[in-house]
Design a protein around this ligand. Structure first.
Ligand code: NAG
Ligand code: NAG
Length: 245
């Protein structure tokens, strides 16, 4: 009886956390723990490591270089965020300070990513920009003065159907300087997005509760192959989002 109870508790714990507590000295999750698990039919996982099946933790900007996929929204997150299409994602993004691009002005071409899920290289699902407190006009401001933005890719192919969202987050310069990335703009963009996301955030009657964990060992640190030659610190932040109504 006790054993059955313990097993039940363990299963609940396994569902609630993205893996074991295998961490490095700074408390970061290590990717060679079972954070990125082997496919097991029907059981949810946080995400699969794209590199295991020929993918990459960098998107393809079309010039042979890439942007880091530096934030992952875990497959353990609420279906309201990761399995409700663009609308579900947009509502969450609005809750944490982003909205659709200003007046559909889109500067630049889509970038593709290969998440090792069997879908090969796929263009971004959507690109969102920080809205500076107004989901109607804020992104216009962002387009002009520069700010935080991210592209979204979904890991949902047949080889690795975690449902996790991989985000390429960066902080840009203003439009006069050609919308390039600010120095250290990948690390800064990631940390700003995460700072806006953690804790309880609401939009349109949905309250999200987001927990962040850093992962090391998934993405190489440095500037080799990185767009604009801007070095990354190699940290990927895993967000797990639950919904309370
Ligand atoms: C991405 O979109 C561009 C522009 O629409 C298109 O030319 C390109 O083939 C697409 N790439 C992929 C991998 O689908
Ligand atoms: C993740 O790493 C960044 C950069 O070192 C740090 O600022 C942030 O506090 C860390 N977040 C967590 C949840 O450990």
């Amino acid at each position: 009886m006790l054993a059955i109870l313990e097993l039940a508790l363990l299963s609940v714990a396994a569902l609630a956390s993205p893996g074991t507590t295998n961490t490095d000295l700074s408390g970061n999750l290590l990717v060679n723990s079972d954070v990125a698990q082997e496919p097991l039919a029907g059981s949810p996982v946080a995400f699969y490591n794209p590199v295991d099946k020929g993918g990459s933790m960098f998107d393809n900007t079309g010039n042979g270089l890439g942007e880091p996929l530096n934030v992952i929204i875990s497959g353990f997150s609420s279906p309201k965020v990761i399995a409700s299409g663009i609308d579900g994602l947009l509502n969450y993004a609005r809750a944490i300070g982003f909205s659709e691009e200003c007046l559909d002005i889109h500067l630049g071409s889509p970038f593709s990513a290969n998440l090792g899920d069997g879908n090969s290289w796929v263009n971004q699902t959507i690109e969102l920009r920080q809205d500076y407190g107004s989901s109607e006009l804020g992104t216009c401001l962002e387009t002009l003065i520069g700010g935080n933005h991210f592209r979204v890719y979904i890991q949902n192919g047949p080889w690795a159907d975690s449902g996790a969202l991989f985000l390429a987050v960066s902080k840009e310069e203003d439009v006069e300087t050609g919308h390039d990335i600010v120095p250290d703009g990948y690390n800064i963009g990631r940390d700003q997005l995460v700072a806006h996301a953690v804790g309880a955030k609401s939009f349109d009657d949905i309250t999200y509760y987001t927990v962040a964990q850093n992962i090391t060992g998934l993405m190489p640190a440095g500037s080799a192959g990185v767009n604009h030659g801007i070095a990354v610190d190699g940290i990927v932040t895993l967000l797990t989002v639950s919904v309370t109504e």
